[in-house]
Design a protein around this ligand. Structure first.
Ligand code: AMP
Length: 494
């Protein structure tokens, strides 16, 4: 099938040709004609499948005719995170360059004034996180009575983040006659209910089973120690493997993202960190630096990294096993994109064995152990542990492969300076950051915040020479103090 068979406008088809896409992806081939026929669509697809273009292209076609009125957008696209919203915005810019449409992006961490100006002029497309959108609405800067197209992207993530009540409220403000498109990677019961409520006689478009992992990804598990220091050593061993060109390292908690980031920085890796408590400008900057190769490692939380389209990531490393098996699928989907090969390595501690089993059940795929595997006893003992999977139990912090036990001979990673003890890695505690108002999972309505200060040049612009102080470590918040010794040249070098 060709793009020219889908019924898209001439302008959109020409742009697609220019962008270099030769044929539509399955979700595009299935969804675009239905959207153009004005049908509501329930799209079950992960990011990486071409999902964004599947709604962006037909919307651009439809919006070619008609005009936006001041403060009354013609279409509304809700995304769970700022990064995803910014990514959808970039898609509209890329595919819509032949149209003269006005596209507004309402996300937290960006000044109200600029966004209001665009809304005042009249926006054809409004892309927003639910919280920031409600802020604008409540300030009387926005009316939703002329919204013709309503898109809910990553609905399952919205559910995880507690946005469903916001979405229900927002949907009541939009005329019933709208066309609604709802996309989700997975279809938990709550989303089925939501879809029934919001969509009218929808076409269901499903491209792959939600828990399917791409076959371009080689998956491995490493039996890791539970102790924090030993686990970080284990991570460095994995990174020492010569085939790691660049990697996203996932941790479950924001605090751990910071600790791992700082630890790797001390060990001279080229690393940035990404989590939801960072100022928006710092988040964008870290992402840009990882995308363009200035940073080779990105330590991230799920919320900050969900759905990001970063081509060419050679490795995904699960420092922590994700709490939900579906999150495993999303995380490892950051590598092996667009037909490229990639590797996912998960660090499984004694307490995580049960969680690993749950993941293998969902993906219907046993994952190969790299190096030492847990013993039969470990398997049995771990599966008897009660409580939430992934939570370390107090009395077995020593568990895991012997080489990581205190006093044992640990394998020396390729880039680890001899004589450096784990103690030396602990950086001086940075001055307490002025926390941005929003927490990781709370892009919900809150009073306006002053625009965060942009990171200083010092943290934003890495220098090429390894001898000079390495500036490729990006501060977590605009006001974070990074001690000088953290700003040295990296281990996983360019
Ligand atoms: P998404 O699922 O929207 O995150 O898209 C994943 C990636 O696929 C993005 O980098 C898109 O630019 C790319 N993409 C989308 N549609 C096509 C297509 N028809 N052919 C090739 N690449 C595409």
């Amino acid at each position: 099938m060709l793009f020219s068979d889908l019924g898209l406008s001439k302008k959109v088809t020409e742009t697609i040709e220019e962008v270099g896409y030769t044929e539509p992806t399955p979700i595009q081939a299935a969804a675009i004609p239905e959207i153009l026929k004005a049908r509501d669509v329930l799209g079950i697809a992960q990011t990486g499948t071409g999902k964004t273009a599947s709604f962006t292209l037909p919307l651009l076609t439809k919006l070619e005719t008609g005009r936006a009125r001041a403060r009354m957008p013609r279409s509304l696209i809700l995304c769970p995170t700022r990064e995803l919203a910014a990514q959808v915005f970039e898609n509209f810019e890329k595919y819509g360059k032949r149209q003269k449409l006005s596209v507004a992006l309402l996300i937290g961490g960006v000044a109200f004034k600029d966004q209001e100006r665009i809304l005042d002029r009249g926006a054809d497309v409004l892309i927003a996180t639910p919280g920031r959108m409600m802020d604008h609405f409540e300030r009387g800067k926005l009316m939703l009575t002329r919204v013709e197209y309503f898109v809910i992207d990553e609905a399952d993530r919205m559910l995880d983040m507690g946005f469903i009540p916001d979405i229900e409220r927002i949907s009541k403000l939009i005329p019933f006659t709208r066309q609604t498109l709802l996309f989700s990677a997975t279809m938990p019961k709550e989303i089925e209910v939501l879809a029934e409520k919001f969509l009218q006689n929808p076409v269901r478009v499903e491209v792959a089973r939600a828990a399917t992992t791409a076959n371009t990804i080689t998956q491995k598990v490493v039996y890791a120690p539970s102790g924090h220091k030993e686990k970080r050593q284990c991570l460095r061993d994995i990174l020492g493997g010569s085939e790691v060109k660049n990697a996203i390292i996932f941790a479950n908690r924001k605090k751990d993202v910071e600790i791992i980031f700082k630890s790797l920085a001390v060990h001279k890796f080229s690393v940035g960190g990404l989590h939801g408590d960072m100022a928006q400008s710092a988040r964008m900057e870290v992402l840009a630096n990882f995308k363009n190769g200035k940073l080779l490692l990105l330590v991230a939380s799920d919320v900050a990294a969900r759905g990001l389209d970063i081509p060419n990531v050679s490795h995904v490393i699960n420092y922590d096993m994700p709490m939900q098996p579906e999150d495993y699928v999303h995380r490892i989907g950051r590598t092996g994109r667009a037909g490229r090969s990639g590797t996912a390595i998960s660090m499984v501690t004694f307490d995580d064995i049960r969680q690993l089993k749950a993941i293998e059940k969902v993906t219907e795929q046993p994952i190969e152990w790299q190096g030492e595997a847990p013993s039969e006893d470990d398997f049995e003992a771990s599966s008897k542990i009660r409580g939430r999977a992934g939570r370390p139990s107090r009395n077995n912090a020593h568990r895991g492969p012997d080489r990581y036990k205190l006093g044992a001979d640990s394998r020396k990673p390729a880039n680890r300076k001899s004589g450096k003890t784990e103690k030396a890695e602990r950086p001086a505690r940075p001055a307490r950051q002025e926390r941005p108002a929003r927490t990781e999972n709370a892009d919900v309505a809150k009073p306006a915040q002053p625009e965060p200060k942009a990171p200083t040049n010092e943290t934003a612009k890495p220098k090429a020479s390894a001898k000079k102080h390495d500036k490729d470590i990006i501060a977590f918040g605009a006001h974070d103090h990074i001690p000088d010794f953290l700003l040295r040249s990296s281990g996983l070098t360019k």
